[in-house]
Design a protein around this ligand. Structure first.
Ligand SMILES: Cc1cc2nc3c(=O)[nH]c(=O)nc-3n(C[C@H](O)[C@H](O)[C@H](O)COP(=O)(O)OP(=O)(O)OC[C@H]3O[C@@H](n4cnc5c(N)ncnc54)[C@H](O)[C@@H]3O)c2cc1C
Ligand SMILES: Cc1cc2nc3c(=O)[nH]c(=O)nc-3n(C[C@H](O)[C@H](O)[C@H](O)COP(=O)(O)O)c2cc1C
Length: 600
């Protein structure tokens, strides 16, 4: 039997800390029966229970959350380490006991880019190295995707299949993830400390969190951000300085350039980061919804224990366009005679997705024989989520400002004119004296090369140009000597060449070493950026051999996949690599963070 260590009286702790640590060690070693020695010399003492937190993140949310969980864990007596999932090969798994995975889902139920190598490796026999682990998974996602939290679900199932022991049930979080993530953190940390599986059983060994969020003598609990700073929970009301339409007559799109002031906010950002915009819903959409519910808007409703008018709730707080799963279920149940109920089953998910395309909550309400009451209805709605936009300015070039490049979403379906919530809020409803609530969303995995001499290859058609304008401004302002190559494209050169003057000027002066353009509708056959890449495969390969960083931004559903395929093709055609070796080449680029994507 393991001897339970005791912190000696002369150890450098207060009496309170010593008593707590002795209690903690007694509980810990009694349960885990791990061998341990603690010397009276304080130097080598490891205070915390080791905890490995692996994150899979595309745009930084899961990464930030993993770090916040680590801080919380440290404040509770753990010794946490946060590791990027792509670095899984650097981990000595034998030395690990407890693993938390925090991952988002991308594409159509895919792993985020940095988690793909870990997932590939988990399929191999080598993954048996994880069989001894205790683990729990926090999955981030969005219920509006059919494959909700698929990455987290797959990893959870695979770890269990390998023989690792789940110590706390996986949490699947929707866009409004804070409270679920917090509950999971509480439960998973308690289970990790006890070796148990019971969610409600929070250990008496845990350091109590005081009312101001800090634990006795330890770091501050950080699951909620400080209200003193501007953040997602406390966005900054930024004055809108400019709203300029970049699309010219003849374009089928409406892409706008916005400039916002961050003066006095204390907010800072780096090229590659995104800006979160907290929109308001369109007054006409609110009006139509109230009419469908046969409400005036003056009805009182309660959201998160706050009472407010239904109009206010619809305008500021609730997603009134995309139906939640709960709303769909409730409507399917009540509109028995409509076409919805037969689609509402897991085996018809694809048909339901197709049926829902172009329909929003208002279309569904019109199926009901009798409307919901206001109080009943709001319970089915999701919180109005902020939208992210890739920042298109460098803070070095525009101190105190942040620029965005946003395509206004407008379309007609089922006899109605539809408007994207945030993109048309910016385009139509923010007046000269108005402010936009914003926060900075750091994209840790999407940055220009730290080495100013490294060449960059940037593929950014459409609004995908946004972060590359920022990269180019940043590298120019910083005096970077590395070469820059941009692939840009859209429909028509005469109407859709975003930032034409600036790009052409950069090209002329040599800051943009190469500018390759693909305007799909300027000739008979469609030409896209991936075609341009293949046309200059040899030079592209040579840049990659010279250490170029390869970036992609823009449409995730088609463009990013086609560009990825083109990159593999370049490695095969120009690099002479067989298919397997080309895959390995691209994987290595990604592992070395020389292949980064900001796709949506
Ligand atoms: C990291 C990141 C960076 C981004 N950067 C940018 C950027 O730089 N510029 C930019 O413009 N966007 C960017 N986006 C996308 C942006 O966040 C929003 O998703 C986009 O502006 C739409 O938001 P919205 O509120 O206007 O539309 P929403 O109200 O969210 O409506 C959009 C939805 O409408 C539906 N829809 C759209 N068109 C049609 C149609 N023709 N028929 C039927 N249904 C349709 C689709 O379901 C779509 O999801 C980025 C996204 C991410 C995640
Ligand atoms: C292009 C795109 C595709 C997405 N695909 C899915 C999906 O298939 N399933 C899901 O549950 N969530 C999906 N999401 C939502 C993200 O998982 C969610 O926003 C998450 O919080 C992002 O975390 P991250 O910033 O750490 O990557 C998608 C988001 C985007 C922008």
């Amino acid at each position: 039997m393991t001897e339970i260590p005791v912190i000696p009286d002369n150890a450098p702790f207060s009496t309170e800390q010593r008593l707590w640590l002795n209690g903690f060690l007694a509980g810990y070693f009694a349960r885990l029966s791990l061998p341990a020695t603690i010397s009276s010399n304080p130097a080598p003492v490891t205070l915390g229970v080791p905890l490995l937190i692996l994150f899979g993140s595309q745009t930084g949310t899961a990464e930030v959350l993993a770090k916040r969980i680590a801080k919380e864990a440290a404040s509770r007596g753990f010794d946490p380490r946060v590791i990027d999932a792509s670095k899984h090969r650097t981990i000595d798994w034998k030395a690990e006991a407890t693993l938390f995975i925090v991952t988002s889902t991308y594409g159509d139920g895919d792993m985020p880019d940095n988690c793909q190598p870990f997932w590939d490796w988990l399929q191999t026999p080598e993954a048996k190295a994880l069989a001894h682990l205790r683990f729990s998974v926090l999955a981030l996602g969005d219920t509006s995707y059919t494959e909700f939290c698929a990455a987290g679900k797959k990893i959870d199932a695979r770890l269990a299949q390998i023989g690792a022991r789940p110590i706390f049930p996986r949490a699947d979080c929707d866009v409004d993830y804070e409270s679920s993530a917090k509950a999971w953190t509480e439960g998973a940390l308690a289970a990790a400390l006890k070796g148990g599986t019971n969610s409600a059983d929070i250990s008496a060994n845990l350091l109590p969190v005081s009312s101001n969020g800090s634990s006795n003598g330890h770091a501050t609990a950080v699951l909620e951000s400080s209200p003193a700073e501007f953040s997602k929970g406390n966005p900054f009301p930024a004055p809108l300085l400019k709203n300029i339409c970049l699309s010219k007559p003849g374009s089928s799109k409406e892409v706008r350039h916005y400039e916002l002031s961050l003066e006095g906010s204390g907010l800072s950002y780096e090229a590659g980061d995104a800006l979160g915009v907290v929109p308001l819903n369109c007054p006409e959409a609110v009006r139509d919804l109230l009419a469908a519910l046969r409400c005036t808007g003056e009805e009182s409703v309660s959201i998160n224990e706050t009472t407010l008018s239904l109009r206010e709730a619809f305008t500021r707080h609730l997603d009134i366009t995309k139906p939640s799963h709960e709303l769909l279920a409730a409507i399917a149940q009540r509109a028995a005679a409509s076409e919805l109920p037969p689609l509402f089953g897991s085996e018809r998910a694809a048909d339901l997705k197709q049926w829902l395309w172009g329909r929003s909550i208002i279309d569904l309400l019109l199926l009901l024989p009798k409307p919901f009451s206001a109080g009943e209805f709001v319970k089915f709605l999701r919180k109005l989520a902020p939208r992210l936009y890739s920042i298109s300015s460098s803070p070095k070039a525009h101190p105190g400002e942040v620029h965005l490049t946003v395509s206004a979403v407008r379309y007609q379906t089922h006899g109605r004119t539809r408007k994207g919530v945030a993109s048309t809020f910016l385009a139509d409803r923010v007046g000269d004296d108005d402010r936009v609530n914003v926060f900075v969303h750091s994209a840790h995995g999407f940055k220009p090369p730290a080495n100013y001499d490294a060449p960059t290859i940037m593929v950014g058609p459409g609004t995908g140009i946004a972060p590359f304008r920022a990269f180019l401004e940043e590298r120019q302002a910083g005096g970077a000597r590395g070469k820059n190559w941009l692939f840009f494209g859209d429909q028509k050169r005469s109407a859709d060449f975003l930032y034409e003057e600036q790009l052409i000027a950069w090209h002329k002066e040599g800051h943009l070493t190469r500018l390759d353009l693909a305007f799909s509708r300027d000739q008979q056959e469609k030409v896209y950026v991936q075609h341009r890449m293949l046309e200059c495969a040899a030079e592209l390969w040579s840049w990659l051999q010279d250490g170029a960083h390869f970036y992609v931004c823009g449409d995730a559903s088609r463009m990013a996949k086609d560009v990825d395929a083109a990159l593999h093709a370049v490695a095969q055609r120009a690099g002479g690599l067989p298919s397997d070796a080309a895959d390995e080449f691209v994987r290595t680029l990604r592992d070395e963070k020389r292949y980064q994507r900001d796709v949506y």
